[in-house]
Design a protein around this ligand. Structure first.
Ligand code: NDP
Ligand code: BG6
Length: 513
């Protein structure tokens, strides 16, 4: 039984009275899904959640009976919420189509309730409104906590106090950051579990919803040519690169409390690493996959300070335009040492990956925006053509690149003969460029994840033991960096980041791709 059944609450409904009054048991009743976006007035709700819900509606992926509620402290009427949401919606799925009619229909299903996050009374009012919309159908409820994490527990506590239910499911999506370290993350999990069962908690890491991250397992496990090479025997190093060409603009207040290691490495890049490196799961079921991922995380060697380089962007003038430094942001405390860039070498202590460096690099305000996985293979033993590459044999090694974004692509760098009578080689790409191969728009990560949460598919959400293992890996390093007040290496806005990252890679004979 889920906790909402035991505790009652908005996290369940007194739908019993409706169902029983009309003489139907749960299996015979029509169901409905209510999606409540808590923090609906915020940036993420506007930028990602409402547009993703509209895309799902447009594609016909939402159930026949659904209602969307926005909840936040800001005062707004239903009409005002609809105006706010309408500004965020686009016809991106099929740009040629006029989707204004669909937008109208979608907006009619959106409502708003204003309330405090710690008020049982306000959540009871929401509960009442939800029930009216559910109209006696089997009530399923999805709550999306799009709010700062320090108020997660207030919300689940207050929401769990009103009403009671014996049927329908309740799921709660929680946004990152899940704590700042092992201790605070465990406290957050304990707090949530006072009111929710683990299987009701959907911890989102939106990188897991990205098309090419989702494709990693297909690439590995459904092609004969890759999996046999997927080990220390053939792979020299793996690089996980996240780079943004803009700073923390507007989010400095949040960012300064976390820094790039917590914001990107401990979650997005580490999740990709776990999927990349895991053993073949028993099946593609959520628990089988998460069991394998957690094994990888628990096999990783503790991160050493000497295997990490941190940086922070500084102001830079280019072409007459001055780009502000991180500490020029008014919401960032003067003299902040928070890293906006980090590079790290990680190792997995198991038979498959012994000795293979997994190099991570994540940074803001760099020269380009890209997220990539680069797999560099070993040299060909006794390469007959090595003379063609001079002394730089690294140039001759194969490299598989999975470009997660932008311009999604998978390409393999191979050596090829330049056509002609001579014998000259060059490096060419076997190239799968998604935009050329697939005409359909790639869904946003939030669309896939919201749909999975509605369908109860947990594969792409983080289980609590995965989260614990991820924090265990990074917490000692973060503590040491903060206790020793290690100063980040400054790099100009729009540059390639600190030179230290190159020395770090060179320690392991690696050149960043
Ligand atoms: P916001 O800062 O915009 O907050 C969302 C809403 O929460 C606000 O509109 C506000 O609503 C309420 N709120 C904000 N601060 C407080 C506070 N101190 N106390 C009580 N209520 C507050 O956050 P985002 O929308 O940017 O992000 C939501 C969640 O998603 C956060 O956990 C964030 O870390 C995470 N996230 C955000 C991303 C983004 O791109 N924005 C990306 C990845 C994760 P009101 O005042 O109306 O109650
Ligand atoms: C978020 C981080 O999780 O991911 C942001 O908090 C970052 O700092 C964002 O900008 C990047 O997401 P995407 O999908 O735009 O690459």
């Amino acid at each position: 039984p889920s906790k909402n059944v035991e505790n009652g609450g908005l996290f369940g409904l007194s739908s019993e009275e409706y169902g029983h009054a009309i003489g139907l048991d749960a299996s015979e009743r029509e169901s409905t899904v209510s999606i409540t976006v808590v923090g609906a007035s915020g940036d993420l709700a506007k930028k990602k959640i409402f547009p993703a819900l509209f895309a799902l509606y447009y594609e016909g992926c939402l159930p026949k009976h659904f209602t969307i509620f926005g909840y936040a402290r800001s005062k707004m009427t239903d009409a005002e919420l609809r105006t706010m949401v309408s500004k965020t919606l686009t016809c991106r799925i099929d740009k040629s189509e006029n989707c204004s009619e669909k937008m109208e229909q979608f907006l009619k299903r959106c409502f708003y309730h204003s309330g405090q996050y710690d008020s049982e009374e306000n959540f009871a009012e929401l509960d009442k409104k939800l029930k009216e919309h559910e109209g006696g159908r089997l009530p399923n409820r999805l709550f999306y906590l799009s709010i700062p994490p320090n108020i997660f527990i207030d919300v689940v506590k207050s929401a769990s106090q009103s009403g009671s239910s014996k049927d329908g499911w309740t799921r709660v999506i929680v946004e990152k950051p899940f704590g700042r370290d092992s201790q605070s993350s465990a406290a957050l999990t304990r707090g949530l579990k006072q009111y929710l069962e683990e299987d009701q908690i959907f911890r989102i890491d939106h990188y897991l919803g990205k098309e090419l991250v989702e494709n990693l397992s297909i690439l590995r496990f459904s092609n004969l040519v890759f999996e046999p090479l997927w080990s220390r025997q053939y792979i020299r190093n793996v690089q996980l690169i996240f780079s943004e060409d803009f700073g923390t603009e507007g989010r400095g207040g949040y960012f300064d409390n976390y820094g790039i290691i917590r914001d990107i490495m401990q979650n997005h890049l580490l999740q990709i690493l776990a999927l990349f490196a895991m053993e073949t799961p028993v099946s593609m079921d959520a628990e089988d996959i998460r069991n394998e991922k957690v094994k990888v995380l628990r096999s990783m060697k503790p991160l050493q300070l000497e295997d990490v380089v941190i940086g922070q962007y500084k102001s830079h003038t280019r072409g007459g335009v001055t780009y502000p430094g991180y500490i020029d942001d008014k919401t960032v405390p003067k003299g902040s040492l928070t890293p906006t860039f980090a590079a790290a070498a990680l190792f997995i202590d198991n038979a498959r990956w012994d000795g293979v460096p997994f190099l991570m690099k994540a940074g803001k305000a760099l020269h380009t925006r890209r997220t990539e996985i680069r797999v560099q293979f070993r040299h060909v033993p006794g390469n007959l053509y090595k003379r063609s590459f001079g002394t730089d044999l690294d140039r001759a090694t194969n490299e598989l690149v999975i470009r997660v974004q932008p311009n999604e692509a998978i390409y393999l760098k191979i050596n090829n003969k330049i056509p002609g009578l001579g014998m000259r080689l060059d490096r060419s790409n076997l190239n799968l460029l998604y935009a050329s191969r697939y005409s359909k728009e790639i869904p946003d990560a939030y669309e896939r994840l919201l749909l999975d949460a509605i369908e109860g598919e947990r594969r792409l959400f983080i289980r609590s033991d995965e989260l614990d293992a991820a924090w265990e890996l990074f917490t000692p390093l973060l503590k040491e960096l903060e206790e020793k007040k290690i100063a980040p290496e400054l790099y100009p806005y729009g540059s390639r980041g600190p030179v230290g990252a190159h020395y770090l890679a060179a320690n392991y004979n690696v050149r960043w791709g």
